[in-house]
Design a protein around this ligand. Structure first.
Ligand SMILES: Nc1ncnc2c1ncn2[C@@H]1O[C@H](COP(=O)(O)OP(=O)(O)OP(=O)(O)O)[C@@H](O)[C@H]1O
Ligand SMILES: [Mg+2]
Ligand SMILES: [Zn+2]
Length: 387
């Protein structure tokens, strides 16, 4: 049997399988239960969070011969045909490759024919934001008043590109990024089933790197399995996912705090030589400064939601002790300036280098709270500002 990637093998088959989207499927189940299912839906949200999967589950739930608690049974003829993608009443249109008016005209012609087997004829229009304006306009009328046997499910990663006239004719569901904790629990169940040995921290590194998209997380896991087999240690995860760069950026920040200009410039040039984009480096530095500010002001307990690489939290704590909040704010200010400059300049690398040198010369500027504490401690009555 040919190998099926995890993201396809594990396509959610029931509403309950949709991790992190409870707010959506509970509402859908309620609508089915009360027989108040809309005729047009818009599923919007980041990539790989379950929009297409949910569209298929909804179609199955509406046409299943023996639903269980309003979930599709995944065993009847209709469910099986929809799962295999061969149900003639379910028409999936990829708007990215069928943008033109002729496809919508064809759709308008065909909606009037009743479904052959399923309860509803369902049109799932994926990447719907790619349709041309002409196509959107041609769709409007049908979308507003389709025949009773027709349902529309539009899916998109970018609802801003959809005309409001279309959005207002649909019931809109916003898919969220899947929270790291929930994704980690899910990935754990996957590796257990697949017989893969990987630590919890390894899994949370994957979940964290996926930016909330389950498809991306499963693709990373696939890649790790093909590189390292069924034993995946944390170091491999870090190396294969290219997170070593994160460590090099941490060293860069450490050198800035140590005001070691020569080291800062060498580390920066190494990153650039390795092909790391300058814009990316600047964004990553911004993130590190933000993280250091968080570590400085919020307790580890309260930072539970934030994922760090192994040893990274301890490093950030050490670094955060060596700078004041004021200094971190000045770093941020400088990086923001650099970010603006590199967008306008043809000499992005020099702009960043100048910014880095400037960061190395930031004099510790105590935050107002720190000044007040220091004053209180030294028993001074008069503020230095008014003196
Ligand atoms: N919420 C989720 N729970 C569990 N698995 C998920 C979830 N979202 C996505 N996946 C996994 O990712 C794969 C792709 O999901 P799906 O096609 O539904 O995403 P999508 O939101 O339509 O993405 P795109 O915007 O790229 O079209 C699924 O087969 C499944 O393995
Ligand atoms: Mg999709
Ligand atoms: Zn069924």
């Amino acid at each position: 049997m040919s190998y099926l990637v995890l993201a396809r093998k594990l396509r959610p088959a029931r509403f309950k399988d949709l991790v992190g989207q409870e707010h959506i499927w509970k509402t859908l189940i309620n609508a089915i239960r009360s027989d108040r299912v809309a005729h047009a839906f818009l599923f919007t949200g980041p990539r790989g969070t379950g929009k297409t999967s949910c569209a298929r589950i909804l179609t199955k739930a509406l046409s299943c011969h023996s639903p269980v608690d309003f979930e599709p049974c995944n065993a009847c003829e209709n469910c099986l045909e929809i799962n295999q993608g061969i149900a003639t009443d379910i028409i999936e249109i990829d708007a990215a490759s069928n943008r033109g008016i002729e496809h919508i005209r064809e759709l308008r012609e065909n909606v009037k024919f009743s479904p052959a087997k399923c309860r509803f004829k369902t049109y799932i229009i994926d990447e719907v934001h790619m349709l041309t304006t002409e196509s959107f306009n041609a769709l409007l009328k049908t979308l507003e008043e389709p025949p009773a046997h027709v349902k529309f499910i539009l899916a998109t990663t970018d609802h801003h590109k959809i005309p409001t006239t279309v959005i207002s004719r649909c019931q809109r569901y916003d898919f969220s990024n899947i929270p790291v904790a929930e994704m980690t629990v899910f990935l754990k169940s996957v590796v257990q089933k697949e017989g893969i040995a990987i630590s919890d921290s390894g899994l949370s590194i994957i979940a964290n790197s996926s930016s909330g998209g389950m498809r991306d997380a499963l693709t990373m896991l696939d890649m790790l399995i093909s590189f390292s087999g069924d034993q995946i240690d944390d170091e491999k995860v870090i190396r294969i996912l290219g997170l070593n760069d994160a460590r090099e950026l941490d060293s860069l920040m450490e050198a800035i705090i140590a005001k070691d200009v020569a080291k800062v410039i060498t580390l920066f040039q190494n990153l650039v030589q390795k092909g790391r984009s300058i814009t990316r480096i600047v964004i990553d530095l911004m993130n590190i400064v933000k993280d250091l500010s968080l570590v400085k002001t919020v307790s580890q307990e309260e930072l539970k939601w934030h994922e760090f690489l192994p040893d990274q939290f301890a490093l950030y704590q050490r670094l955060a002790e060596r700078v004041t909040i004021g200094t971190l704010q000045q770093y941020f200010q400088i990086i923001m300036e650099v970010e603006g400059q590199i967008r306008r300049s043809t000499q992005a690398k020099i702009c960043v280098e100048m910014g880095l040198i400037k960061m190395c010369s930031v004099e510790s500027l105590a935050g107002i709270a720190e000044i007040i504490t220091a004053l209180r401690d030294s028993g001074k009555k008069k503020s230095p500002i008014t003196s």
